[in-house]
Design a protein around this ligand. Structure first.
Ligand code: F6R
Length: 606
C-alpha cells in the first residue's frame, strides 16, 4: 500500500522512477518525485519549486509521471519518489507525495497513517496547507520545529505522531542526504559503492547490501554510506543489523499479465510448497513436538483471500478433531478477547505486511498465545512479529488479486492438519500420504485443460449485473474465494452464500437475469445442495454447476463436470477455474487485472 523509493548517487531520478515502477503494484492512484536541485524548473500544475527542492507529480499510473519527468533533463544526485494508494484526500496532484513544507526546504514521502494529524494540524497555520493529506502535516511540522539539527528535528516530530509511518525525507538544510524513520510500516535501506537507497518493499529494492530498519530507528543515507540510529539517536553498528537476502525480481516474460502468469505457476508453486515440508522433520524443527503436542485449539486469522484460505484450514483441522475458529483480523482486534488455553494462533498473510493481521498477532502474543505466521515473503514484518513462521514458497506474487499464494496457503494447511494429527497420534503414514496427494493434485491442475471452458463462461457472464455463488461446507469456502476474485477484478457485484441460507432472504434477488455458480463436491451434502439448486432454477436463475456428480436437474444453464478426486482437495483444484474465469472476465470488460481499481497489493493501513 503506497510505495517509497529514494536514491542517492548518479542518475538518481532514473533510479527512483525505476524503483517506484517496481512498487506500482502497491498503489497506483498517483505518483510523484522530489529532486534536490539548485536549478528551479518551469512551474506548472505538476511541478512545484521549493527551496533547493523541486517536486513533480501526476495523477494515475506511473507512466503518466514518467512522461513529464523523462521529457526533461533532470540531473540530480538525490531524489525520493512515491506511488500512492489514497487514504486521505482524493487521488489528485495536490494530494500526491512528495509533500513540501511551506518554506520549501523539506520534502517528505510517507507510507502509513498519522492518526492524530487533525489535532496536529490545528497547531499549524492553515494557510500553509495545499493538500488534504496527513503527510503534509509532518512536512509543516519539520519546518516549524527545526532546531538546527535535522536528525533531532525528525526525531522530535516523530515523537508527536500517533499511527504508523515509514518516511523518506530530504531537506536543503542538509543536502546530499536522505533521512529515514520507521514506526509500524516496513522500510529497508541499502548501499553499495557510490550510492545508497531506501525502499518500502524488501522485494523491490536494488542494492549490494540491504538492511532492515526496525521500529523507532532512524537511518541517514549518503552516497555509498549508511548510518543507523536508535530511538535515542545513538548510532548503531550496521554490522549488527539483520542483513537481508536479496529476492530476485520477477519478470513478466511472454505473459500479458502477472495474474495470468501467476495462475499458470500454480502447479509448480504447490510443488515447491510441498517439497519444502515433504519430510516431517522439517516441520518438527519449526514446530517442535514438545511445544506443540498439547495444542488443543487453533485460531486462524487473516484478511481477504488469506482469511478465505484460513476458512478451508479450519475445516481441515476440524476433520482431525481439533477445535478451530477463524476470524477476520480487523474484526478480531477490536472485539473482547476470550481467554484461551493451549491455543495456537495462526496468521495468514501473503505479503506479511497487512496491518490488521499484524495487529491481531501482537494482541494474541500479548495475551500469551503461541503465534505462527504463514507467509510468502521472507523477512516481511510478520516473520519478525510471530513466534514461529512457515513460508508458502509461492514465489513473488505481483498481480494484486492473489492466486498462486492462495493455493500455496491451502497446501500449507493440508500439510499442517496432518502434522497436528501426527503430533497427536504419531500417524506418519497419513502425513506422507498427504504429501503424495498434494503432488497429484498439482499435476492434475497442470494438465487440466480448462482454459476453453473458462473463457466461454467468462463470455457468458461478463455482462451480468449481479452474480451469486453457492455451496455448502468446503464448497461454500470455494464460493467465498471465487466471488472475491471475480468482483475485485471484474467489478461485477458478486456474493457468496451458503447454499442452505439463500432461501432465508437472498433468494428474492434471483430472477431470470441472475447467474448462480453452484459448487457441489461433497458427497454427504450433495443432495441438499442439489435441492437448493432446484430452488434457484424454479426462480429462473441461471445455474453454472461445478461438480463431479451426475446432476439430476437438467435445467442448469452450464455444467462443468470436474474430475473425481478426494473431496478435501476440491478447494485447491476448483478455484483454478474461477481464477481463470475472473481473469478472462476482467479482460472482456477492458479492466487491467493486475491493477484493479482502488486496490493495492499490500494493505499496510488499518
Ligand atoms: C485478494 C487479495 C486480498 C489479500 C488481503 C490480505 O485477491 O489479495 O484480499 O488477500 O489484502 O493480504 P495479505 O495476504 O498480504 O495479508
Amino acid at each position: 500500500m503506497c510505495g517509497i523509493y529514494g536514491y542517492i548517487g548518479e542518475k538518481s531520478v532514473c533510479e527512483v522512477m525505476k524503483g517506484i515502477k517496481r512498487l506500482e503494484y502497491r498503489g497506483y492512484d498517483s505518483a510523484g518525485i522530489a529532486i534536490q536541485t539548485d536549478l528551479p524548473f518551469a512551474e506548472d500544475g505538476n511541478t512545484r519549486n521549493g527551496d533547493g527542492i523541486t517536486t513533480i507529480k501526476n495523477k494515475g499510473e506511473i507512466s503518466n509521471l514518467e512522461k513529464i519527468v523523462l521529457n526533461r533533463v533532470v540531473k540530480s544526485n538525490v531524489a525520493i519518489g512515491h506511488t500512492r494508494w489514497a487514504t486521505h484526500g482524493q487521488p489528485n496532484i495536490k494530494n500526491s507525495h512528495p509533500h513540501l513544507s511551506h518554506d520549501g526546504k523539506w520534502a517528505i514521502v510517507h507510507n502509513g497513517i498519522i492518526e492524530n494529524y487533525l489535532e496536529l494540524k490545528e497547531q499549524l497555520s492553515s494557510d500553509f496547507f495545499v493538500s488534504e493529506t496527513d503527510t503534509e502535516v509532518v512536512a509543516q511540522m519539520l519546518e516549524k520545529y527545526y532546531n538546527g539539527d535535522v536528525l533531532s528535528t525528525i526525531k522530535m516530530v516523530c515523537e508527536k505522531l500517533k499511527g504508523s509511518y515509514a518516511f523518506a525525507i530530504i531537506t536543503s538544510h542538509c543536502k546530499n542526504k536522505i533521512f529515514v524513520a520507521r514506526q509500524n510500516s516496513p522500510v529497508v535501506v541499502g548501499y553499495g559503492k557510490n550510492y545508497s537507497v531506501v525502499c518500502s518493499d524488501i522485494n523491490s529494492i536494488k542494492g549490494d547490501r540491504i538492511l532492515m530498519i526496525e521500529n523507532g530507528q532512524f537511518a541517514v543515507l549518503e552516497k555509498g554510506k549508511l548510518s543507523v540510529y536508535d530511538n535515542c539517536l545513538k548510532e548503531i553498528d550496521i554490522n549488527e543489523l539483520g542483513e537481508i537476502e536479496k529476492a530476485g525480481g520477477e519478470k513478466l516474460g511472454d505473459y500479458s499479465h502477472y495474474m495470468q502468469k501467476e495462475i499458470e505457476e500454480i502447479p509448480i508453486a504447490i510443488k515447491r510448497t510441498v517439497k519444502a515440508y515433504a519430510n516431517v522433520e522439517t516441520l518438527e524443527k519449526i514446530l517442535p513436538k514438545k511445544r506443540f503436542e498439547k495444542i488443543k485449539n487453533i485460531l486462524i486469522i487473516g484478511c481477504g483471500t488469506a482469511y478465505h484460505a484460513g476458512l478451508v484450514g479450519q475445516r481441515l483441522f476440524e476433520e482431525e478433531g481439533i477445535f478451530c475458529e477463524s476470524a477476520i483480523a480487523s474484526e478480531f482486534r477490536y472485539k473482547p478477547f476470550t481467554e484461551r488455553k493451549n491455543t495456537l494462533a495462526i496468521f495468514v498473510s501473503q505479503s506479511g505486511e497487512t496491518a490488521d493481521t499484524i495487529g491481531a498477532l501482537k494482541l494474541c502474543k500479548q495475551k500469551g498465545l503461541k503465534t505462527l505466521a504463514i507467509t510468502n515473503v521472507k523477512n516481511s514484518s510478520i516473520t519478525f512479529a510471530a513466534d514461529y513462521c512457515i513460508y508458502t514458497n509461492a514465489g513473488s506474487e505481483i498481480g494484486v488479486a492473489s492466486t498462486k499464494a492462495y493455493n500455496c496457503q491451502l497446501a500449507v494447511f493440508y500439510i499442517l492438519s496432518k502434522y497436528f494429527n501426527y503430533l497427536k497420534h504419531g500417524d506418519l503414514k497419513a502425513y506422507d500420504e498427504e504429501i503424495k496427494n498434494l503432488r497429484r493434485i498439482a499435476k492434475l491442475i497442470k494438465y487440466n485443460d480448462n482454459k476453453h471452458i473458462c473463457s466461454k463462461l467468462a463470455q457468458k457472464i461478463h455482462k451480468a449485473r449481479s452474480i451469486y455463488m453457492i455451496g455448502r461446507g468446503l464448497d461454500y469456502n470455494i464460493a467465498q474465494e471465487a466471488s472475491l476474485k471475480l468482483k475485485e477484478i471484474s467489478y461485477i457485484h458478486c456474493e457468496a452464500y451458503p447454499a442452505g441460507e439463500l432461501k432465508h432472504g437472498t433468494i428474492s434477488l434471483i430472477d431470470k437475469n441472475t447467474f448462480v455458480f453452484a459448487f457441489v463436491t461433497q458427497e454427504k451434502i450433495k443432495d441438499k445442495t442439489f435441492g437448493n439448486i432446484n430452488e434457484v432454477v424454479a426462480r429462473e436463475g441461471k445455474i453454472i454447476l461445478f461438480s463431479p456428480f451426475d446432476n439430476a436437474n437438467k435445467k442448469v444453464c452450464e455444467e462443468v463436470k470436474v474430475p473425481k478426486i478426494k473431496e478435501r482437495y476440491y478447494p485447491l483444484f476448483i478455484i483454478n477455474y474461477l481464477q481463470l474465469i475472473s481473469y478472462y472476465t476482467a479482460l472482456l470488460l477492458g479492466n487491467n487485472p493486475d491493477k484493479p481499481r482502488s486496490l493495492a497489493k499490500s494493505v499496510t493501513v488499518e
